[in-house]
Design a protein around this ligand. Structure first.
Ligand code: AMP
Length: 429
């Protein structure tokens, strides 16, 4: 299967050729023809599978085929986070480089006026986070009455973050007749309800089970260490291994700040990103990290969602996540689209249970070896995570507490708990 055989316009194929992708990924090969044919789509794909191009390319194709650009958006792409909106926006610009289509990105945390100016100049493709889009709709600085294609990207994340009411309000602002595309990495009852209400006779596509599971693409290992010694061990490893680009996960915003400061003191350029940082600070940190000016980017789970950093070689779990599925999301940042990556976890005594939960989810053991000079003490000092905002019920964007078991990964990861597993609906349901 080549890109040429998917039915895309020559000007899009030219843009794809400059990306040097070679062949379409499975989600692209399956989704693009269905979207081009005008079908609604329910797509099971996590980040790293090439899902963005799977909807951006055919959406651009359909808009370009209709000819003249119009003033009001004809395609609306909703994303859960600002970072994802920015990344999808970048992809739209890159793939649409030879097309006379205009796009705009709107998200919160930055001034309204530049977005208003852009919207007023006319936009064909609008990429938006739900809250800011509704702000614009309320002020009548955006008109959604011409939307022909609606995309919900990472719909499960949007629900996790409590956006369901915003989505429902947005649905009342777009025309009844439109094409709907719903992308989600997991399939819960909530996603099923959303899909049932949104999609008309949808085609269903799903990437091959486990193809992008980290089991194949990412070398995983762990070091046991006392919690108090983790910062020193991390600095030691960055120096010893010569990591030039490492994404480090902490559980808390405060922890991310403290660690970035410590690494900086140790001569390692570092920056922290989390929900308390301004949008411009987050964008700058990410940009500097991508350009190699920052060696260690320290992030909380939610801030890191949707980050697309090409060929990220190394991820470190400075602390293990409380939810085993988040481990899969974290290490999915590395070894993307076929590249090889490595994920290392620093595991303190009190986190052994979390590690077991992750191993159960992955159905594999993660090899654990001590680092000379950092061996954990036989009687570890009391290890209490005083900074853990999750424990205190606070997270970056204060998502709605989860009720009931979460849905399974569509790619077919084993269910973490009984009753949580659910099959995808039949193709073409
Ligand atoms: P996504 O899943 O959309 O976040 O994409 C993950 C990464 O894969 C991005 O860096 C894309 O540029 C890259 N990518 C998208 N399509 C392909 C392809 N057909 N071959 C190789 N890489 C791709």
């Amino acid at each position: 299967m080549s890109f040429d055989s998917l039915g895309l316009r020559a000007d899009l194929l030219r843009a794809v050729a400059t990306q040097r992708y070679g062949r379409p990924t499975p989600i692209q090969a399956q989704a693009i023809p269905e979207i081009l044919a005008g079908h609604d789509l329910l797509a099971g794909a996590q980040t790293g599978t090439g899902k963005t191009a799977a909807f951006v390319l055919p959406v651009l194709h359909r808009l370009a085929e209709q000819g003249h650009p119009q003033r009001h958006p004809r395609a609306l792409i909703l994303t859960p986070t600002r970072e994802l909106a920015a990344q999808v926006g970048e992809r739209v610009a890159a793939y649409g480089i030879h097309l006379p289509l205009r796009s705009a990105i709107v998200f919160g945390g930055v001034g309204m006026q530049p977005q208003v100016d852009k919207l007023q100049r006319g936009v064909d493709v609008l990429i938006a986070t739900p809250g800011r889009l509704l702000d614009h709709a309320t002020r009548r600085t955006v008109d959604l009455s011409r939307v022909e294609i609606l995309v919900l990207d990472e719909a499960d994340r949007m629900l996790d973050m409590g956006f369901i009411h915003d989505i429902k309000r947005i649905l009342r602002l777009v025309p009844e007749r439109r094409q709907n595309l719903l992308f989600s990495a997991t399939y819960s009852d909530e996603i099923r309800r959303l899909a049932d209400g949104l999609l008309k006779h949808p085609k269903t596509v799903e990437v091959a089970a486990r193809r992008n599971m980290p089991i194949e693409a990412v070398a995983q290992s762990a070091h046991p260490v006392d919690r108090q010694r983790k910062p020193d061990l991390l600095a030691h490893l960055i120096h010893r291994e010569g990591w030039e680009q490492v994404l480090v996960f902490t559980r808390t915003k405060h922890g991310a700040n403290k660690l970035a400061e410590k690494l900086t003191r140790d001569g390692i350029t570092a920056a922290a990103i989390h929900g308390n940082k301004s949008q411009s600070a987050r964008t700058r940190a990410l940009d500097e990290f991508k350009r190699g000016l920052v060696r260690a980017l320290v992030a909380t789970d939610i801030a890191a969602r949707g980050l697309d950093i090409a060929n990220l070689p190394q991820v470190v779990n400075f602390e293990l996540p409380n939810v085993a599925e988040d481990y899969v999301h974290r290490i999915g940042r590395t070894g993307r689209a076929g590249a090889v990556g490595a994920a290392l976890s620093l595991v303190s005594h009190d986190e052994k249970g979390l590690l077991k939960g992750i191993e159960r989810l992955l159905r594999r053991e993660i090899p654990m070896t001590p680092v000379v000079g950092f061996e954990p003490s036989a009687n570890p000092p009391a290890e209490r995570d005083e900074d853990d905002e999750r424990v205190r019920g606070r997270t970056d964007f204060a998502p709605r507490p989860r009720s009931g078991p979460r849905g399974d990964r569509m790619g077919g990861a084993p269910a973490a708990r009984p009753g949580g597993r659910r099959a995808m609906p039949a193709r073409g349901r």
